[in-house]
Write a protein that binds this ligand. Structure first.
Ligand code: ADP
Ligand code: ADP
Length: 231
């Protein structure tokens, strides 16, 4: 489904070049719940952003469903981001003065479906994360765990193949983190989930595969895919 081939990423920071990723080779498929662990600054967010098409790689190739992205035009990246990827962030990134339902509907604005259909799908996504009875609440009236579930519903509403989550439980207590992980595990049944986390216990308990990164390089992959599994 997704392959990183020799991915390198350099950032220019004033006079200096930061080598954020130094050649990453990885393959992912559907049904995987992958956790990425590593110290701050090792390149985890950069990797997630490259996988999600939010940031361009400097060298190497990202292969999406067998297709190289080297010749992707802006339009191809837009399509990929809008239809194949859902993002979940540590800080939820919800619009505070809009209702929960509106927040989720907004993700469908570019999808070309009717207002009525948008509403129906948004409701369904919120039901799927256990918030079907909170549609008219504002994020500011909710707990962190509830806000993160709204953010997951928003990521799911386009029915993407891939969910990318950057420290989704970073701002949550243990009990709420577990609720969020249960939901992510559930939705990984017919998708690929790639999650950056600082919590090795949650990674061990909930993900199907753990990848460790240090200083822009992979240091461990608990379950690399065989050639056969990747096909
Ligand atoms: P992590 O997510 O593991 O904390 P990041 O991917 O955010 O790591 O960052 C990897 C390295 O790249 C760090 O040294 C960071 O300072 C640097 N970096 C990240 N984004 C930028 C940027 N936009 N400009 C310059 N340097 C960056
Ligand atoms: P995290 O540890 O969660 O990755 P960071 O504080 O490293 O968070 O980065 C937050 C944001 O700032 C990221 O989007 C990253 O691209 C950007 N960033 C990180 N380091 C730098 C840097 N040295 N220069 C410019 N932007 C940076």
């Amino acid at each position: 489904m997704l392959e990183l081939k020799g991915i390198k990423k350099d950032y220019l920071a004033g006079e200096n070049t930061v080598h954020a990723l130094k050649g990453i080779d990885l393959r992912f498929r559907r049904n995987e719940f992958v956790s990425i662990l590593g110290p701050s600054g090792c390149g985890k967010t950069t990797m997630l952003n490259i996988i999600g098409g939010l940031d361009q790689y400097t060298e190497g190739d990202l292969i999406i469903n067998g297709r190289s992205t080297k010749d992707f035009k802006d339009r191809d990246w837009d399509t990929y981001r809008n239809h194949s990827i859902g993002f979940v962030f540590q800080s939820y990134n919800l619009i505070p003065h809009q209702t929960v339902l509106q927040n989720v509907e907004l993700a469908l604005t570019l999808s070309g479906v009717s207002k009525a259909e948008r509403r129906k799908r948004a409701k369904k996504a919120l039901e799927d994360v256990g918030l079907g009875n909170q549609l008219s609440k504002k994020p500011s009236e909710m707990s962190g765990g509830q806000m993160q579930r709204v953010a997951i519903a928003r990521a799911l509403v386009n029915n993407p193949d891939i969910i990318l989550a950057d420290e989704p439980t970073g701002a949550l207590d243990t009990e709420t983190s577990i609720q969020v992980m249960e939901i992510l595990k559930e939705i990984s049944r017919d998708r690929l989930i790639v999650m950056v986390t600082h919590n090795p216990e949650l990674a061990e308990q909930y993900s199907s595969r753990i990848i460790r990164v240090l200083d822009g390089k992979l240091t461990d992959d608990s379950r690399p895919l065989t050639e056969e599994e990747y096909q």
